[in-house]
Write a protein that binds this ligand. Sequence first.
Ligand SMILES: Nc1ncnc2c1ncn2[C@@H]1O[C@H](COP(=O)(O)OP(=O)(O)OP(=O)(O)O)[C@@H](O)[C@H]1O
Length: 470
Amino acid sequence: MENTIHLQSQVADDALVKNLNRIFDPVPVPIILLNKHTEILMINQPFADYLGYSREEIMGKRVDVVDPNTRFPYVFKSKKPEIYCKHKFSNGHTALVHRIPVLDDNGEVAYGFGMVVFDDLRSLQEVLERNKLLEGKLMIYQEELKNIRGAKYSWDTIIGNSLVMQHVKMMSSKAAKTDSNVLIIGESGTGKELFAHAIHNDSKRFDGPFVKINCAAIPKDLLESELFGYEEGAFTGAKKHGKVGKFELANGGTIFLDEIGDMPLDMQVKILRVLQEKEIERIGGNRTIPIDTRIIAATNRDLKERIKEGEFREDLYYRLNVINIEVPPLRKRKEDVELITLKLMEKLSNNLGRYVSNITVEALESLKQYNWPGNIRELENVIERAINMTDTESIEMQHLPAFMISEPSDELKDTPLVSLRTAVEEVEKTTIHNCLKAVSYNKLKAAKILGISRTSLYEKIEKYHIDTPN
Ligand SMILES: Nc1ncnc2c1ncn2[C@@H]1O[C@H](COP(=O)(O)OP(=O)(O)OP(=O)(O)O)[C@@H](O)[C@H]1O
């Protein structure tokens, strides 16, 4: 009776093995199945090859005969699976394996299932090392990103209390509360990028990415792949796994298109398409990728002029210019020069490891008078230079660049250059005229106030052709 049962189970096992071979031979992972006596019931071709045997040689043998290092006898005893365990096969290979006892309805071991998960631990080690390296790099970038996105770019860090700046900040913080496109215009170095950051950080997208691209700095041929990315094999020289473009990177956040006024016309068409369709296509790709990105663009160019010149698309201009923010040049907010100077001195002293906290009235006055064609970026340079030049805690005239001191201010720029004599005569004429008017043209009184004789006053009235009613 017992023999009959054994025979029946043998027949069932044979049928099972045939089917299992059919199933597992094509699987490119070494797999083995043991019966409850730890005899090999099935071993797929990849595993037989891995061990260096023909299948016929080892079928039906006890696993510890084929591989004396096997732990299956212990696993059968403990009935506990061993997952991702390092195993050194008797042929010298070291691998990561699973050893799994398969229990029947009574909780007894019916089969043992084995599988090689990673057949070359050396290459696994390399992958793990690389992974560790990448994780490390990722952490550094995340940290950097946090710094970039941090409080550094809030409204408070945009220094300036002049009326015009208060207005621009107020407009920008309103813009932050919407999801509309923003166009920031202003001369170079006025802080357009700072405003773009602050708007992003104060918007509902603040925890999404802020991705910047300088449209003027990237060669025309590369701009498209930078913006939209490409698929593997899109062109010769393309990276192996393709490349993700800035629009995709900015998904869920904001893309800052700096120097948009310098973007080539053919690229403008593509940007317009993204704005309208809210989707992109990678170069060499055939699928569209939906994009949820807010656009903030900036330029120091006169876009209306560029439109007239045929260099900028009018339709793109209107799409971008939903909210317009104009950052004024520093010379139009001279009231801010003192505050910005003091804040920059504090920041740059720290950066440079110096302690320079004072500036003389004279030097500050020079900074206020200067025209600042390079705006705050130029002011930063001047302060940094001065901190490096001074040996004390104070910035003085001599620490400012010579061109600044001789540079005429805005008002003086419009004054025609005249000789000292002409200038004195001009002042004399105006003073006499004003004085006569003030004393109702009483020449005696006027001469007294002016401190000259009546004769002298008459002479000057004649000389300067000053009209008097009597
Ligand atoms: N209001 C401000 N307060 C403090 N620093 C400022 C301010 N505005 C600008 N800066 C500083 O001036 C430098 C130039 O600013 P930013 O790059 O934002 O100017 P930009 O207008 O974008 O210039 P560009 O058109 O050349 O790109 C930066 O170092 C920035 O930190």
